[in-house]
Each structure stands twice: as C-alpha cells, then as structure tokens.
Write a protein that binds this ligand. Structure first.
Ligand code: PAF
Length: 281
C-alpha cells in the first residue's frame, strides 16, 4: 500500500511530526462499508491528513459470541481505504497497545445518557466505547473526530465525553448511509441470512411509520402502532421503539406529542441485533 499502516501508537509521531496540519480521525472496528467510507470522505474534505483506526474493542462487547463473530476483513478494509490516496493512514493496534496488561473499561459518569436503550441492554457497552475513544483522542490529539449518526446514542456520549475531559477535538456527527432498500449500513448486516437481509429494511419502515404517526398522534399511540407493525412481521423481533429528546435522550411521556425528537429502534433477526434511528421533528 502507498498509505502508512501502523500498529504502535509511537509510530504516529514519525508520520505526523508537522504539528501545523489538521488531522481528522475516523475510529472504526473494521468491516468497512459505505457508511464508514462517507466518514472518511468527509474527514478528507475537512483536514490535511486522515487517520482511520481499525480496532475491534473487546471492552464494548457484553456478549462474547457477538465479539467472536464480529466480522474481520482487514485486507479488504485496507484495499478500500487505499483508494483514497496518500493523505490517509491506518492504525491497527493490538489489544495490549490500547489496554496494557489489563483489558478493562474505565468508569465514566455519562450523565444518564447511558441509562436507556443500548446502555440499558448492553451493560457496560458505553464505558468500553468511552475508554477506547478517550485513548484515541488523547493519543493522537486530532483536530476533528468523525462518528456516524447510526450510533446516535454513542455519538451523544462521545460529545459529552470530549467536553467533560476538556479535549480539544471537535466531534463531528455524520448522517446515516442506507442501502437502496433503506437498510442502514452496518458491519453486522454481513451476518444476516439472505431471508433476514430481505426483511431487515422493515426496521427503517417502522421508523418512517413513527414519523408519519407523530404528525397526529401522541407518543403512546405511536409506540402501540409501531409495536403492532413489527408483530405482523416474521423473522424480525422488535426489542424497543423509543422516542426521546434529541439532545438529552430523555424519553417522551405517553401523552406527549413529539415536536422535536429522535426515534430509535433495536430489533433482532435470529442472532443478529440491528439498531437504527430517525429524526422526528
Ligand atoms: O462505532 C464504532 O465502530 C465503535 O463503537 C468505535 C467508536 C470505533 C469504538 O470502538
């Protein structure tokens, strides 16, 4: 590859010794799809250099099977990244470079942002995300860091983290990229069977239904209707549909109307969990 691929954070200084340049970081867990590539493009358009990290972070998995089955496609990933030219570098650290001898997450006060949805269901998940993101931001001091709105709760938590640690990096959220049938891009989509993949776009249909209902109905009715929509589908099991304030993630009350909100769905198809979200204003 023409680009610089490195495993030890110390090697970074060799490549980025010029402190006057702007650096955009795109942290990923690999198995790159068009969503990731859109983050890389945005980062390249706003910075002199871009650093993509590929690291399947063990501390953010609450389920060992999920960690073991997480797709690993490093060669393909490097091919995809190399098409972007020479201003891009890739950091593929080892667990020990990130964590030393003891692989565990730090504990942060995430201001209730981790008390619902993915934080409630995947215990410790966001503490693991925060730990590795703090590591990347402190190690490389990038000018900007890019995250997808697909993981909207994660994005808010990282914004909070960066602010509370007084880090200079600007956290940039980027819109969800969807397949032509509406399914939000996710590395986990690779794990769906053909039948599951076919029905998976219904997650987005459910979110669009919620947006439509919100024009007339209160939250309770929207929730009832969205749940009923999924009950009529085979292969997909709705885990939650929740609508919250878009900044605090405080859930609406049953009799509230949704003027400015964000709708979230988690659903499982066989062993695979998918999440998606939509602007409800
Ligand atoms: O969104 C992801 O891929 C991961 O949670 C992140 C931000 C790279 C941390 O491991």
């Amino acid at each position: 590859y023409y680009m610089f691929v490195f495993n030890y954070s110390q090697q970074f200084d060799k490549c980025f010794s010029d402190k006057s340049i702007s650096i955009g970081i795109v942290p990923t867990m690999g198995a790159l799809h068009d969503g990731h590539l859109s983050l890389i493009k945005k980062a390249l358009s706003e910075n002199d250099k871009v650093l993509v990290t590929i690291f399947v972070n063990p501390t953010q998995f609450d389920d060992n099977l999920d960690l073991k089955s997480y797709p690993n496609e490093l060669e393909k990933d490097l091919d995809k990244i190399s098409q972007f030219g020479e201003n891009i570098s890739v950091f593929t650290p080892d667990k020990s470079d990130v964590y030393g001898d003891e692989i565990h997450a730090k504990q942060y006060d995430l201001k209730e942002l981790d008390n619902i949805m993915e934080g409630k269901i995947r215990k410790g998940h966001f503490q693991g995300v925060a730990t590795v993101v703090e590591y990347f931001l402190k190690t490389f001091s990038p000018t900007k860091a890019y995250f997808g709105e697909k993981d909207y709760q994660q994005l808010l938590i990282i914004k909070h983290l960066s602010k509370s640690l007084n880090l200079p990096t600007k956290i940039v959220g980027c819109p969800i990229v969807r397949a032509t049938d509406g399914l939000a891009m996710s590395s986990r989509n690779l794990l769906l069977s053909p039948e599951e993949r076919k029905i998976a776009p219904e997650v987005y249909t459910g979110l669009k239904l919620a947006v439509k209902l919100a024009k007339k109905e209160k939250y309770k009715k929207i929730q009832t209707e969205v749940r009923a929509f999924f009950q009529n589908l085979s292969l997909i099991k709705l885990e939650y549909f929740i609508a919250t304030d878009p900044f605090t993630l405080v859930e609406f009350k049953p009799n509230e109307t949704i003027k400015s909100g964000r709708g979230f769905i988690a659903a499982s198809l066989g062993e695979i969990r998918l999440i998606d979200n939509i602007n409800m204003s």
